[in-house]
Design a protein around this ligand. Structure first.
Ligand SMILES: [Zn+2]
Length: 241
C-alpha cells in the first residue's frame, strides 16, 4: 500500500553494500522498519532521510509487520542539529533508544506524541533531565510496571510516604523506614505531576535540584530492577553528571 507517514528515525543500520534500514516511530503505525534502497550512495536522494533523530514525512510502500520501502520524503526537523551541546545530544540519543526498547514491548501509538513533545521541549531549552524523567514515568505504564504509590512497599498499607527507594519499588512509611532516602509528604503530589502532566502543555518547571535528584535516582533504580531494558547510550548520558 502506498502511503505517507510522519515519524522520527530512531535507528539506522546498513543493509547490504548500498542500502539502509531505518526504524521509524510513526504517528500512524507506531514503530516500523523501512528499507531505503541505495541510501548509502552519495548520489542517493534518500540518503538525507535516514539520519537518526530526523523527524520527517516519508512516502512509503507500507507492508504490515514487514519491511516497508521508502520512496521519497521530506525533513520537518533534525533533532539535536541546532545544538553544539553534546549533553543535549546525549539526552536525545537516550530517549530515542529508550523509546525503541519500549516500542519493542508495546507498539502503542501514544508513544509518538510523548517522544516528539519531549524532544521539542528539550530543544526549547527545558531541563532535559526533568523531561526525561517525565517520559520515563509515562513509559512505565506501557511496560506494565507502573509503581503503586498509594501503599508502603514494605507493609503494603496505605500510609504517608516517609522515604522512597527504586529497588524496593516505591514509598516506605515511617514505621518501616530503615535507611532509604527520606522525602517530604508532598512527594505523592510531585510524582503525580510527573506521571500525568501533558508534556506539550509544560510552560515552566519548578523543582528543586534535590527533588530532581531523588526522582532521577528513583527511576534509574526502578528501571534497573523492574524492567528488562538495557540502554547503551546511558553510559554516554552519565558522563555529563
Ligand atoms: Zn510500611
Amino acid at each position: 500500500m502506498q502511503t505517507e507517514v510522519e515519524g522520527i528515525v530512531l535507528k539506522e543500520t546498513p543493509y547490504s553494500e548500498t542500502s539502509k534500514i531505518i526504524q521509524v516511530l510513526t504517528k500512524e503505525y507506531g514503530l516500523i522498519s523501512i528499507i531505503a534502497k541505495g541510501a548509502s550512495s552519495i548520489k542517493s536522494s534518500l540518503r538525507g532521510l535516514t539520519i537518526p533523530f530526523l523527524y520527517g514525512k516519508f512516502s512509503i510502500s507500507y507492508k504490515e509487520n514487514k519491511l516497508s520501502i521508502l520512496k521519497t520524503g521530506s525533513i520537518i526537523k533534525l533533532y539535536g542539529s541546532k545544538t553544539k551541546d553534546l549533553k543535549l545530544y546525549a539526552y536525545i540519543s537516550y530517549l530515542s533508544e529508550l523509546s525503541y526498547n519500549v516500542l519493542k514491548e508495546n507498539n502503542n501509538l501514544e508513544i509518538f506524541e510523548i517522544l516528539k513533545n519531549g524532544l521539542d521541549k528539550i530543544e526549547d531549552g527545558f531541563n532535559p533531565e526533568v523531561i526525561k524523567n517525565i517520559i520515563e514515568f509515562k513509559y512505565l505504564d506501557y511496560l506494565g510496571i507502573t509503581p503503586n504509590f498509594d501503599i508502603c512497599q514494605k507493609c503494603n498499607q496505605i500510609k504517608d510516604p516517609y522515604a522512597i527507594d527504586g529497588k524496593i519499588g516505591g514509598f516506605i512509611c515511617f514505621d518501616c523506614y530503615t535507611n532509604e532516602i527520606k522525602v517530604s509528604s508532598n512527594y505523592k503530589k510531585i510524582i503525580n505531576r510527573f506521571q500525568n502532566v501533558d508534556i506539550k502543555e509544560i510552560k515552566e518547571i519548578k523543582l528543586s535540584k534535590e527533588d530532581q535528584n531523588i526522582i532521577n535516582n528513583f527511576l534509574d533504580e526502578y528501571y534497573e530492577k523492574f524492567s528488562a531494558i538495557y540502554i547503551n547510550s546511558k553510559k554516554f548520558l552519565n558522563t555529563f553528571k
